[in-house]
Design a protein around this ligand. Structure first.
Ligand SMILES: NC(=O)c1ccc[n+]([C@@H]2O[C@H](COP(=O)([O-])OP(=O)(O)OC[C@H]3O[C@@H](n4cnc5c(N)ncnc54)[C@H](OP(=O)(O)O)[C@@H]3O)[C@@H](O)[C@H]2O)c1
Length: 353
C-alpha cells in the first residue's frame, strides 16, 4: 500500500473534530438561520418605516390646524405637533371620535391646548362654518395640514353634489385653504402641507367628467384624480403665494396601516390575514406622519414651496403634475364649483405681485 493514502479511521476522527454532528449541528444551523432572517426582517422594516423627524424644533404658541386627525396619519401628526407645544385645532367630521382622540393626545403630551372642532369636508357649508369660527377664535394660523382623505369609496355624492372623493380630498380642502389664506399670510412665515399620494401617478384630470358622472372608477379614476388634483392645487397655490412668506408643499406618506382601506371590498378576515402576513411591509401611522412633520417643521425647508416630498425627501414629479395649464384650469374650475368670489382670487394674485 502506498504511504500517501490516509488511514480511513484517522480521516473520520479528523472530521469529527472539525464539525458538529447530530442534533446539536441542526440546532446551531437553525439558530443561525433564525438570527439571519430576523436581522434581514429588522433591517427591511427599518427601511420601510423611513426616516423619522428628529430635530428638536419647538412650536410653542404656534397655531396649527390638522384635518382628519381622529385616527391614522392625522392623529399621529397632531400628537407630535402637540408634543412640540403647538395650539392644535383638530378638524374632524365625527365629534365623538375627535373627542376621544383629543383626550388621548392631551394625556400623552400634557398639552392642554388641543381643541376639537367639527369640519365635514363633504359639505361646503361645514367648511365655511369651521373657517368662520376659527377666524373668530384665533388671530394667527402658522401651520395648516390638509390631511383628511377617503379612498376607493362606493359612488356617492357630497352634500353639494360632487363625487365624494373629488369633493372631500380636493374641493373641501381647496375652499378651506382659500378661506384661511389671509390669516396664514398675516402670520407669515407660515406653512401649508397637503397630504397627497404617489397614487397621483395613475391619475388624470378628467376635464370632460371631473365629477365622474359618465363613468366611475373608484380607485384608478376618482381617488387618483383627487390626489393629482392635490398636487396641481399645491403648485398653483405656491405660485400665487410667491414672496408672501407662506409656503405650500405636498407629501406622499408611504403605504401606511390605517383605516383608509375601510371601503375596500376585502372582508375583515381577509384584511386580518393580509395584515398579519404583510404587516411588516407597511408603515405604522407614526412613521407615516414623519414626512408631514418634516415639511411642517424643519427650519431647513423654510423657503421650499411647490414641492413634493416622500420619505422626508424631495421627489421629482411627473410632467402631468407640473402641467401649468391644467393647474390653472383646475383652479378656476374649483373656484366656480365651491362658489369662491372671483375678487378674492384676484386679490391674492395682486397682493403677491
Ligand atoms: N394610508 C396610506 O397608505 C396612504 C397612502 C397615501 C396617501 N394617504 C393619504 O393620507 C391621508 C390620511 O389618510 P389615513 O391613511 O390616515 O386614513 P384614515 O385612517 O382613514 O384617516 C382619514 C381621516 O380623514 C377623515 N375624513 C374622512 N372624510 C372626511 C370628511 N368628509 N371630513 C373631514 N374629515 C374626513 C377621517 O375621519 P373619520 O374617521 O370620521 O372617517 C379620518 O380622520 C389621506 O389624505 C390619504 O389619501 C394615505
Amino acid at each position: 500500500m502506498p504511504d500517501e493514502l490516509p488511514h480511513p479511521l484517522l480521516q473520520e476522527d479528523e472530521e469529527q473534530s472539525l464539525c458538529f454532528r447530530g442534533p446539536w449541528a441542526w440546532l446551531v444551523l437553525i439558530l443561525i438561520c433564525c438570527i439571519g432572517i430576523g436581522l434581514i426582517m429588522w433591517l427591511f422594516r427599518k427601511c420601510v418605516q423611513g426616516p423619522y423627524y428628529r430635530k428638536k424644533t419647538r412650536i410653542d404658541g404656534k397655531v396649527v390646524i390638522v384635518t382628519g386627525c381622529n385616527t391614522g396619519i392625522g392623529k399621529e401628526t397632531a400628537l407630535e405637533l402637540a408634543r412640540r407645544g403647538g395650539r392644535i385645532y383638530m378638524a374632524c367630521r365625527d365629534a365623538a371620535r375627535c373627542e376621544a382622540a383629543r383626550l388621548e393626545i392631551i394625556e400623552r403630551t400634557q398639552n392642554q391646548n388641543v381643541f376639537n372642532r367639527t369640519l365635514d369636508l363633504a359639505s361646503l357649508s361645514s367648511v365655511r362654518q369651521f373657517s368662520e369660527r376659527f377666524l373668530a377664535e384665533e388671530q394667527r394660523l402658522d401651520i395648516l395640514i390638509n390631511n383628511a382623505g377617503i379612498m376607493a369609496t362606493p359612488h356617492k355624492l357630497t352634500v353639494d353634489g360632487f363625487e365624494q372623493q373629488f369633493g372631500v380630498n380636493h374641493l373641501g380642502h381647496f375652499l378651506l385653504t382659500n378661506l384661511l389664506l389671509e390669516r396664514l399670510k398675516s402670520s407669515a412665515p407660515s406653512r401649508i402641507v397637503v397630504v397627497s399620494s404617489a397614487a397621483y401617478i395613475c391619475g388624470r384630470i378628467n376635464k370632460d367628467d371631473l365629477n365622474s358622472e359618465k363613468h366611475y372608477s373608484k380607485f384608478l379614476g376618482a381617488y387618483c384624480q383627487s390626489k393629482l388634483a392635490n398636487i396641481l392645487f399645491t403648485r398653483k397655490l405656491a405660485e400665487l403665494l410667491k414672496n408672501s412668506g407662506v409656503t405650500v408643499n405636498c407629501v406622499h406618506p408611504g403605504i401606511v396601516r390605517t383605516e383608509l382601506g375601510r371601503y375596500s371590498i376585502a372582508t375583515h378576515w381577509f384584511n386580518a390575514i393580509w395584515l398579519r402576513v404583510f404587516g411588516c411591509f407597511v408603515k405604522t401611522p407614526k412613521a407615516g406622519a414623519q414626512t408631514s412633520l418634516r415639511v411642517a417643521l424643519d427650519p431647513a425647508l423654510e423657503k421650499c414651496s411647490g414641492e413634493f416630498y416622500a420619505d422626508s425627501m424631495r421627489f421629482p414629479l411627473l410632467s402631468k403634475a407640473k402641467d401649468k395649464e391644467m393647474a390653472d384650469w383646475l383652479w378656476q374650475e374649483s373656484e366656480k364649483l365651491v362658489g369662491l368670489q372671483r375678487e378674492n382670487a384676484v386679490q391674492t394674485i395682486v397682493v403677491n405681485q
